[in-house]
Ligand binder design. Structure first.
Ligand SMILES: [Zn+2]
Length: 378
């Protein structure tokens, strides 16, 4: 998203908030203060309802955060890097560097979110029953009851077996385990997502026609969002089918020419004659160690007249900005890592640590082509 308002870090993970969250929070606060809380707990001052309404919006966003922290911590536990967590108009989002590589990991990363929501719901509901039923405590209790109810609702909604909801990913992981094919799982959980999304939108439209404006619109928007995301997933299933079972080795540009860090770009081009399939070149320092990566795109971005004055080291990306992927890694998650990185070329390492190739998004064409030449039975 990029335009997230930064909110610091939790468990070392960057946390941000979309500006639209203020709109959502205002809507929740107004609804709570003017309609729901006065119905649940009578006889308080108007300002008390407003404070409780704002508190309710905070409770809701804290619970959404607990849900996302659940996803993020389990993902990290499964060895998946987590870029950031964010709050948006449609709830929370955890941005991972790549998707889970096994059905078991997909199941655990997905199911923990609804479990976290349900746990928040239980905590709030228990709080509501423990708080005294008199005076201001009664209003606080009403707030806890509302927050508990909403969290249980979120846990149930998220377990609807429709992509891209958590339940859709859980369904996908089960089909994946049963058929041993992620592409098949994406196809069926996507289809379920389209059906569920359209059903939700239709229900919302019926609500609207009966005058239930607010929740009608909410269901229409969420319904179309779910159906559209699920449709995208169904569309990408054939590509997954083509890449399934391939490793980084099948798609990398093997044996790229290396560039000496102390030579100029001009010298490198004259002595190495890089072939078109090589779009990135590991840079080797005087000690023989790889110290960075020079890309063809970076070379093209400076005028050819300056190539003979420009040292390779000045134009190359330093090692800490370059993604490393292992040669035997599965291709799909490796490509996801490269797509998400700011340098869209990765270096491929052999088990002994040597750099044996580079990987970039154009590898997709190579991989699909390789698959055509070496078909595997399905
Ligand atoms: Zn979730």
């Amino acid at each position: 998203m990029g335009k997230d308002i930064p909110l610091g870090r939790i468990f070392g993970i960057k946390l941000g908030m979309d500006v639209t969250v203020f709109l959502f929070a205002a809507f929740i606060s107004v609804t709570l203060a003017t309609a729901q809380l006065p119905g649940l707990s009578r006889g308080h001052e108007e300002y008390a309802y407003w404070i409780a309404g704002i508190g309710g919006a905070l409770f809701l966003f804290l619970s959404l955060l607990v849900h996302e922290i659940g996803h993020a911590l389990v993902a990290q536990d499964e060895g998946i890097g987590v870029e950031s967590m964010g709050l948006t108009l449609l709830g929370g989002v955890t941005r991972m560097e790549s998707s889970p590589t096994t059905p078991g990991a997909e199941f655990r990363v997905s199911v923990v979110g609804p479990i976290a929501s349900a746990a928040c719901g239980v905590v709030f509901l228990v709080g509501a029953f423990l708080l005294p039923d008199s005076g201001t405590w009664d209003l606080v209790g009403a707030l806890f009851f509302w927050a508990g109810y909403v969290n249980i609702f979120l846990a149930v909604l998220n377990m609807v077996p429709a992509a891209p909801l958590d339940g859709g990913k859980v369904l996908s992981s089960i089909i994946w385990r049963a058929t041993n094919s992620q592409a098949t799982a994406m196809l069926w959980s996507g289809a379920a997502g389209i059906v569920a999304g359209m059903a939700l939108a239709t229900w919302g439209l019926r609500n609207l026609s009966r005058g239930g404006a607010t929740f009608g619109w909410f269901n229409v928007i969420v319904g179309f969002f779910v159906a559209w995301s699920a449709f995208q997933q169904v569309r990408s299933a054939p590509l997954y089918k083509a890449l399934e079972g391939l490793s980084v080795t099948d798609a990398m540009a093997a044996g790229p020419p290396t560039a000496a860090s102390w030579s100029t770009v001009g010298e490198f081009l004259r002595t190495s004659f890089p072939r078109p399939e090589h779009q990135a070149y590991p840079v080797v320092g005087p000690d023989g160690q790889v110290s960075g990566l020079l890309t063809a795109a970076a070379i093209r971005a400076v005028p050819p007249e300056s190539w003979d004055q420009l040292p390779v080291a000045a134009l190359a990306y330093p090692l800490d900005r370059v993604t490393l992927v292992a040669a035997d890694e599965q291709l799909i998650p490796a490509l996801q890592k490269v797509e998400g990185a700011d340098v869209r070329h990765a270096m491929v390492t052999a088990p002994d640590g040597r750099i044996i190739g580079t990987l970039d998004p154009s590898a997709l064409d190579r991989a699909v082509h390789a698959r055509r030449q070496h078909p595997t039975p399905v």
